[in-house]
Design a protein around this ligand. Structure first.
Ligand code: ZN
Length: 118
């Protein structure tokens, strides 16, 4: 599935939240983990790359995900997936932590050889 997501993204297709099982090594012991994989194409000047997002599935997914703050533009990804200015972002617990990440627009701006395929 992971290879398929990369191949589809390189061909210009976007995949959304496909389940995949992986084996992680923790203290040299394997542990099976389920992830949800999303892939988007990113086209550079002479190549197309795949942007992959791995989200935990199964027991880990029951934990509420932290809202993600873009480290460049300081927008926050809301419940519906849209990035909104931090000042406009409201949440039930204003003291709760934010995860740090990078929105797709800032990722493409940070790496100018990449650009989003439309
Ligand atoms: Zn951003």
């Amino acid at each position: 599935m992971l290879n398929n997501a990369v191949i589809l993204a390189e061909a210009g297709f976007r995949t959304r939240r496909q389940p995949v099982e992986m084996v992680l090594l923790e203290d040299e012991r394997p542990r099976e983990v389920q992830f949800l994989v999303s892939a988007s194409p990113l086209r550079g000047q002479d190549q197309t790359l795949a942007l992959l997002l791995l989200e935990p599935a199964g027991a880990e997914a029951r934990e509420p995900a932290l809202p993600c703050l873009c480290m460049d533009c300081h927008r926050v990804r809301g419940d519906q997936g849209a990035w909104v200015p931090l000042a406009d972002f409201s949440r039930a617990d204003p003291e709760a932590d934010l995860a740090h990440g990078c929105c797709l627009e800032c990722l493409v701006a940070r790496y100018p050889k990449l650009r989003r395929r439309s």
